[in-house]
Design a protein around this ligand. Structure first.
Ligand SMILES: *[C@@H]1O[C@H](CO)[C@@H](O)[C@H](O)[C@H]1NC(C)=O
Ligand SMILES: *[C@@H]1O[C@H](CO)[C@@H](O)[C@H](O)[C@H]1NC(C)=O
Ligand SMILES: *[C@@H]1O[C@H](CO)[C@@H](O)[C@H](O)[C@H]1NC(C)=O
Ligand SMILES: *[C@@H]1O[C@H](CO)[C@@H](O)[C@H](O)[C@H]1NC(C)=O
Ligand SMILES: *[C@@H]1O[C@H](CO)[C@@H](O)[C@H](O)[C@H]1NC(C)=O
Ligand SMILES: *[C@@H]1O[C@H](CO)[C@@H](O)[C@H](O)[C@H]1NC(C)=O
Ligand SMILES: *[C@@H]1O[C@H](CO)[C@@H](O)[C@H](O)[C@H]1NC(C)=O
Ligand SMILES: *[C@@H]1O[C@H](CO)[C@@H](O)[C@H](O)[C@H]1NC(C)=O
Length: 572
C-alpha cells in the first residue's frame, strides 16, 4: 500500500498530466478508474508520509463543503483518506484534498471515473475503454508471486483472499495463498492469463469485498537474460607450441537490450594496453549476430607469436559481470613416441650390456672369482680339478710340443700359478697300474676333463692314439655331465674325424685354440689363452702367489700381449 502511495506521489510530482491553472496555482490532477459496487479509497498523498501531522480536508470539487467524517456515511473521510463504501456510478467527478502544509502535501485532485465492471458470467467486456486491471509478470521456470493490491487505510483489516484464474478458483499444490500474495511455484507458460483476487476486509464492523482483476503475462527470463553467458572459453587450457600464431574466440550470448562491454584481459589489464608496445597480442573487433531472443557476440584474441611468458597465465574474456579464461599450455609430448624411444633406448642399453658382458665375460668372472672367492678347496669329494687327456702324436716334433704343453706348461700355469690340481695321464698314475683302471678311477675324482686335440693326430686317426676304453670313459663322463675343456693345438680341417661326443661338445661349448710357442718362460696365467682356460676351470682365486714371486718366476710383462693377439677362440 505504501509502495503505491509512493508511486502515485512520484507520478504526481514528476509527471503532472495537466495543470488546471485557471482553478489553482499548483495542483496535480490524475485520473482514477474504479468499478461500481466496490469499496474504494484514495489517500491524499504526502511526502514524506505524515500520519496525522498535517490537516487534510477532502472536497468534492467544486463544492467547498468538506466530505463527512462520519464512518456511517457511504462517502466519508478517514484520516487523510476518502472512502467510498461502496462506489456508485454517480460518484464520478473530481475530488480534491487540501492541507494546512502544502510543502508536504501539495494540493491534489483526483478525476474519478466510475464504470460498470463485467466480470465472470458477463458476455460483455468493459464498456468504457478503460481498465482497472493490474498488470503483473510471472517468470517461467521460477517460483514467482502475484500480489492482490489493496489500497486502504490501516483501519481496514484483511480477513481472507481468494484467487481466481479465468473465473475459476485457483487450486493446486503449486499455488500458495498468503495474506495478499499468491505464490506460484515452477511457473510455466500456461500460467499466463486473467486472474482475479477477491479480498474480504473488515471496517467499522462491516465486511467489504474487493475484487481486483490482474492480467498476468509470462516472461521467459531464465537463462541469463541479465547475465551474459560466455559459451567459450570455459576456463580451459589450450595446447600450443611456442612461436605459433593463435586466435581464440570468445563466444557470448547476451540479452537484446544489454549494455555490457566485452573485452579480453590479462593480469587484469586490457590486452591491447598490456601489449601496447609490442602489439604481439591484440583483441579483435567485436562481431555480433542478432537472434530473436538474444545477441551472439564473438570477440577474438590474436597472438601473432606465442611466447614462453604467455604460458600458465589466464587470458580472461569479460562480458559484463561474466568472465571466463583460457590458459596456454605447452603441448604434451607424444607419449607413444616417448614410449617407443624409451623402449629402444632400453633395448640398446640391454644389448650393449650383453655385448660388453660377452666381450669381458671372462675378465668379469675371473675378477669376481679373484675378489670374492676364498682360496679354500671345494667340498665335493673330488681330488683333482682336471683330468688331462692327450694323444700321443707319431711325429717327433709334434710329440715334443704336446709333451711340453702337457707336462711343463700346464702344470706351470694351472698348478703353480693358480693352484689347481691336475691329473695328467703319464705323470700321475702309479707305475704298473692298468690303463683302464687308472682312467676309470681317477677321472671320477676330477672336476673337469681337459682334452688336447692335435690336428695331425686327428688326420692320422685319433682312435689309434687313444684307447677305446678311454673314449668309452669320456663318453660316459660327458653323459654324466662333467665339463670338458677342448684345447686345439692348431687348425683342424675335418671335424668329422672327431668322435661324435667331442663334435657335440665343440659345437655346444666351443674349443680353445692354442697358438704361440712352447717355451716354458712365456707362460703367464694373465694372458688371454689362459684366462679362457681358467674361465672354464672350477672357480679358484688365481694367481695365488704374490706378484713379486710371479714376476721372478714367470715374466707376465707387456710383451705377452704380442702373442696374445694370436690366441684365437674358435666359436661354435
Ligand atoms: C497542520 O495541522 C496539524 C494538526 O492540526 C498541526 O500539528 C500542524 O502544526 C499544522 N501545520 C501547519 C504548517 O500549520
Ligand atoms: C481502447 O484501448 C485500446 C488499447 O487498449 C486502444 O487501442 C483503443 O484506441 C482504445 N479505444 C478508445 C475508443 O479509446
Ligand atoms: C517444472 O515444470 C516443468 C514442466 O512444466 C517440469 O518439466 C519440471 O520438472 C518442473 N520443475 C520442478 C522443479 O518441479
Ligand atoms: C565461436 O563462434 C564462432 C562463430 O560463430 C564459431 O566459428 C566457433 O566455432 C565458436 N567457437 C567455439 C569454441 O564455440
Ligand atoms: C579476429 O578479429 C579480427 C579483427 O576483428 C578479424 O579480422 C579476424 O577475422 C578475426 N579472426 C577470426 C578467426 O575470427
Ligand atoms: C561477423 O558476423 C557475420 C555474421 O555472422 C559474418 O558474416 C562476418 O563475416 C563476421 N565478420 C567478422 C569480421 O568475423
Ligand atoms: C602477469 O604478471 C605476472 C607477475 O605479476 C607475470 O609473471 C606474468 O608474466 C604476467 N602475465 C603475462 C601473460 O605476461
Ligand atoms: C571461470 O572462472 C571465472 C573466474 O575467472 C569464474 O567466475 C567462472 O565461474 C568460471 N567458470 C567456470 C565454468 O568454471
Amino acid at each position: 500500500r505504501g509502495m503505491r502511495s509512493l508511486l502515485l506521489c512520484v507520478v504526481c510530482i514528476a509527471l503532472p498530466r495537466f495543470l488546471r491553472a485557471d482553478v489553482f496555482e499548483d495542483v496535480s490532477v490524475h485520473d482514477e478508474t474504479a468499478s461500481v459496487g466496490q469499496p474504494t479509497a484514495f489517500d491524499c498523498v504526502c511526502y514524506p508520509p505524515t500520519s496525522g501531522k498535517v490537516d487534510v480536508t477532502w472536497y468534492k470539487y467544486p463544492s467547498k463543503i468538506p466530505v463527512s467524517k462520519n464512518i456511517q456515511s457511504r462517502i466519508h473521510q478517514d484520516q487523510s483518506w476518502i472512502l467510498f463504501l461502496p462506489l456508485k456510478g454517480e460518484d464520478s467527478g473530481i475530488y480534491q484534498c487540501d492541507t494546512n502544509d502544502t510543502n508536504i502535501c501539495p494540493r491534489m485532485q483526483i478525476n474519478l471515473i466510475v464504470f460498470q465492471k463485467h466480470w465472470c458470467g458477463s458476455s460483455k467486456k468493459n464498456q468504457l475503454n478503460v481498465s482497472d486491471e493490474y498488470k503483473q509478470i510471472l517468470q517461467v521456470g521460477k517460483d514467482d508471486i502475484l500480489i492482490c493490491h489493496l489500497n486502504f487505510p490501516n483501519s481496514f483489516v484483511l480477513n481472507s483472499v481468494k484467487w481466481y484464474k479465468d473465473c475459476k478458483e485457483v487450486k493446486g499444490e503449486r499455488f500458495i495463498s498468503r495474506e495478499t500474495k499468491l505464490l506460484v511455484k515452477n511457473v510455466s507458460a500456461e500460467d499466463g492469463g486473467n486472474y482475479a483476487c477477491q479480498a474480504e476486509l473488515m471496517y467499522a464492523e462491516k465486511q467489504h469485498t474487493v475484487l481486483n482483476s490482474i492480467s498476468v503475462t509470462i516472461k521467459r527470463v531464465g537463462n541469463g537474460r541479465r547475465i551474459p553467458k560466455i559459451m567459450y572459453p570455459k576456463n580451459n587450457s589450450i595446447e600450443v607450441k611456442p612461436g605459433s600464431t593463435l586466435i581464440v574466440n570468445c563466444n557470448i550470448t547476451d540479452s537484446l537490450d544489454n549494455t555490457n562491454p566485452r573485452c579480453w584481459r590479462v593480469n587484469n589489464t586490457l590486452v591491447d594496453n598490456y601489449y601496447s608496445e609490442s602489439k604481439r597480442v591484440r583483441e579483435g573487433i567485436e562481431n555480433h549476430t542478432i537472434f530473436p531472443e538474444h545477441i551472439f557476440y564473438t570477440v577474438n584474441i590474436t597472438f601473432l607469436e606465442v611466447k614462453m611468458e604467455d604460458y600458465g597465465h589466464p587470458f580472461t574474456c569479460h562480458a559484463g559481470v561474466s568472465a571466463a579464461y583460457f590458459i596456454l599450455k605447452l603441448p604434451v609430448p607424444d607419449f607413444q613416441a616417448y614410449f617407443v624411444g624409451g623402449l629402444l633406448t632400453l633395448t640398446g642399453v640391454v644389448a650393449s650390456a650383453v655385448w660388453i658382458y660377452n666381450i669381458f665375460k671372462i675378465d668379469i668372472v675371473l675378477w669376481y672369482r679373484s675378489t670374492f672367492r676364498a682360496a679354500g678347496t671345494m667340498e665335493d669329494g673330488k681330488l683333482y680339478d682336471a683330468y688331462v687327456l692327450y694323444p700321443k702324436p707319431q711325429r717327433e716334433s709334434q710329440s715334443h710340443d704336446v709333451d711340453t704343453l702337457v707336462l711343463k706348461i700346464l702344470p706351470e700355469v694351472l698348478e703353480k700359478q693358480c693352484g689347481y690340481k691336475l691329473f695328467i695321464f703319464g705323470r700321475d698314475e702309479f707305475p704298473g697300474q692298468a690303463v683302464v683302471s687308472v682312467i676309470d678311477e681317477n677321472i671320477k675324482l676330477c672336476r673337469r676333463l681337459i682334452i688336447i686335440i692335435v690336428p695331425e693326430a686327428l688326420s692320422l686317426d685319433l682312435l689309434r692314439n687313444m684307447s677305446e676304453e678311454q673314449i668309452a670313459v669320456y663318453n660316459a663322463l660327458i653323459q654324466d655331465g662333467i665339463k670338458v675343456i677342448l684345447i686345439e693345438l692348431g687348425k683342424i680341417k675335418d671335424y668329422t674325424a672327431l668322435p661324435e661326443s667331442l663334435q657335440y661338445i665343440r659345437q655346444k661349448h666351443g674349443a680353445i685354440q692354442w697358438s704361440g710357442d712352447f717355451t716354458e718362460q712365456s707362460q703367464c696365467a694373465k694372458t688371454k689363452f689362459w684366462k679362457k682356460v681358467r674361465y672354464r676351470m672350477p672357480p679358484r682365486r688365481c694367481p695365488l702367489s704374490s706378484p713379486v714371486r710371479l714376476l721372478k718366476q714367470t715374466p707376465c710383462d707387456l710383451t705377452a700381449g704380442k702373442w696374445e693377439a694370436n690366441v684365437g677362440f674358435i666359436a661354435p
